[in-house]
Design a protein around this ligand. Sequence first.
Ligand SMILES: Cc1cc2nc3c(=O)[nH]c(=O)nc-3n(C[C@H](O)[C@H](O)[C@H](O)COP(=O)(O)OP(=O)(O)OC[C@H]3O[C@@H](n4cnc5c(N)ncnc54)[C@H](O)[C@@H]3O)c2cc1C
Length: 459
Amino acid sequence: MRHNICNQKNEFDLIVAGGGIAGAMAAIAAGREGLSVLLIEEQGFLGGSLTSCGTGPMMTFHAGNRQVIRGLPDELIQRLKEKELSVGHIPDSTGYTYTVTPFDSEGMKRELELMAAEAKVTILYHAVIIDATVSQAESKIKSVKIFSCGNIYEFFSDYFIDATGDADLAYVSGAEYIQGRINDNKDQPMTLNFKLYNVDINKIRKLMENNVNLFPFLAQREKGLEKTAVRLSCSGFVDLMKQGRKNGEFNFDRDIVLFFETNTEAEVIVNMTRVLGENPVDVFSLSRAEIEGRRQMWELFYFLKKYIPGFENSQLVQSGPNIGIRSSRRIIGEYTLTADDIISARKFPDMISLCGYPIDIHSPDGTDTDHRFLAEGAYYGIPYRCLQSSSIKNLLAAGRNISCEFEAHASLRVSPSAGAIGQAAGTAASLAFFNKIDYSQVDIIELRRLLTQNNACVD
Ligand SMILES: Cc1cc2nc3c(=O)[nH]c(=O)nc-3n(C[C@H](O)[C@H](O)[C@H](O)COP(=O)(O)OP(=O)(O)OC[C@H]3O[C@@H](n4cnc5c(N)ncnc54)[C@H](O)[C@@H]3O)c2cc1C
């Protein structure tokens, strides 16, 4: 294969792998501090799962009435709101969590690019990280290699952030990592989300109002959430799901109807397919998962039209386009966040972001979803040490591949949290760069001060 530098700059102050919400926030944060940043992304746009897997709404920026995620992810939403590309943070009418934040995914792609351009980030699209050179003596990455259009390119830096979701950079660098559940390494199932248009939302709102017992989480919340939410989220219809399954309308393990209205009225994201037993970081397995996800999507589309009031005239807009990966590789870091840390709402001296989302494990084995809630209004902190690779000195993780237990991951992986972690990683990289120090030497007090100054919540 040809090696091609194309006479372009190939050395940067910071290289960020992966342009999902975490990588984008990391690159923008570091760019705003003045670093030259290369952001490497295998798709042709930013946003990761939020724009390439049809996931959404973002949930949740809140813990009870307190907004615990602000900073760059919130700035993104405020900018989208000004352009009417998001309705902002609204009550979650599934009753599962506090707020949801619907957004227009095309708008998000564009706004992230604008924010990156303002921060002078160099974006490299259609670029897949395939290898890294590592100094074993120093335990440091020296360069990354990317593949694009038949060519291999090499880029150099002293500082790296892995925001690939699957810890691809950590993996090719030989950093320590773990995948899946501790006992059998199984991951949460993958889901091919899809969007339907022309859904009769008012019909469903009325039905929810008059039959709240059909919606288990909503039934436990204050009355009338389905009326106050300007975009509807819905989790329920358990009996109709049972009936549909019994009647052979669909043939896979799923027990609840779950959908979220997007920023566009009458358009919903359906989060219901469930692909079990496949490995998201094995190309054969991942390919089978895409095919199975699409099979399930078509079964579900016809089931929804036939059984669920309001979906009769719905139209299928698009799948993902990619299947969504909930969990895969996570780095082994200086600290591993535990389920107990989350449920006990633990705070840490080096916490760099907060999260109030419950542990939400879609079972790797079948229909169940394991929900473990924090106390009402409680939230936990994410320590900086969870971002620091324990084996590669100049590698931070950001987003869903930080160091945590499988169960803890099932909470912190949600997109507002991934974005907040990203901002922290980019900010830490800027402190390391300007002080010419390793990530482990970053002054935590200064990091938390700088994050607070930039509107992030760290306490
Ligand atoms: C089915 C499903 C439903 C979900 N629903 C919600 C929801 O309703 N609300 C919510 O807030 N969260 C939801 N989530 C979780 C959330 O979307 C993600 O966990 C979060 O967005 C992760 O962000 P990230 O930036 O860490 O990773 P990702 O979004 O995975 O971004 C990683 C990026 O890295 C790129 N990349 C990967 N490997 C390479 C490589 N080798 N070279 C170059 N680029 C690479 C990818 O293309 C991608 O853009 C859902 C997830 C799934 C799977």
